[in-house]
Design a protein around this ligand. Structure first.
Ligand code: SF4
Length: 242
């Protein structure tokens, strides 16, 4: 993700949990160490420029499903205050009653206050977190994710939904199945991302991907609580309009 100027930032998801989705821009992920990620390059330190961009993207939201997912590299707490205020105004104006935000583990202590602030306006906040795998050793030594617990119950105290990342060397059919089952046990929804080639040194492992596609994908693709992004732009945002 070397050029973030032409990213597609608005889309509509019509399957499973129908919702509108926006890719906004904040002042950037404060973790930035995940070995597989170049998404953190989508940031700007100027809050005015971020707000200008975010306001244009949010102007496309219609409220048609009463659900809106807001993603940005890092956590919702990396968005500027004017953007947060606009999101609140938009939800009220368009009748959006469920809002999905992303949050890194290091920012989890911001979640309770945000739930309260949105809840007071009649907006239910659901928080998504990128766990990638529940195998702590693999997660921290290979993926450098920065989540210092191996207890899914502790993660579920903060998060409603989790994202898993599959298709990397060292993962197996068993490890991926275990991650999916733990995810479905402790969380409302699970979003599986399959590793695609990007500018990092982590590359997709064809054998792991093919094992997932031939065994687990057919079993989980119809599960209404599981989203599977075979390509990381399957939600319609994050690709380029060039
Ligand atoms: S927390 Fe998210 S945005 Fe930040 S480096 Fe990790 S995957 Fe990338």
């Amino acid at each position: 993700m070397s050029d973030t100027n032409h990213l597609i930032r608005y889309s509509v998801i019509t399957e499973k949990n129908p919702r509108e989705i926006v890719l906004l821009r904040g002042n950037g992920c404060k973790w930035r160490r995940c070995s597989f990620c170049d998404y953190h390059l989508d940031f700007n330190l100027n809050p005015k420029l971020n707000y200008q961009l975010n306001a244009k993207v949010l102007a496309k939201v219609t409220g048609q499903f009463k659900r809106l997912e807001v993603i940005n590299s890092g956590s919702f707490s990396d968005l500027d205050q004017d953007t947060m205020n606009l999101i609140k105004k938009l939800c009220i104006g368009k009748g959006i009653t469920t809002l999905y935000f992303e949050c890194h583990w290091m920012d989890r202590l911001h979640i309770a206050a945000a739930r309260e602030a949105f809840g007071a306006l009649g907006i239910r906040l659901e928080i998504k977190g990128g766990v990638e795998t529940f195998d702590r050793k693999y997660r921290e030594s290979v993926l450098c994710k920065g989540i210092d617990t191996d207890d899914p119950k502790e993660i579920a105290e903060y998060y409603d939904q989790i994202c898993l990342l599959f298709g990397i060397t060292g993962q197996t059919q068993d490890s991926m199945e275990r991650d999916l089952e733990i995810g479905l046990t402790y969380f409302k929804r699970v979003c599986v991302n399959l590793m695609s080639k990007n500018s990092t040194a982590i590359t997709p492992d064809k054998e792991v991907l093919s094992s997932f596609m031939s065994t687990l994908y057919p079993r989980y693709k119809g599960n209404p609580r599981v989203d599977i992004l075979v390509s990381n732009t399957d939600f319609g945002v994050g690709g380029t309009d060039e």
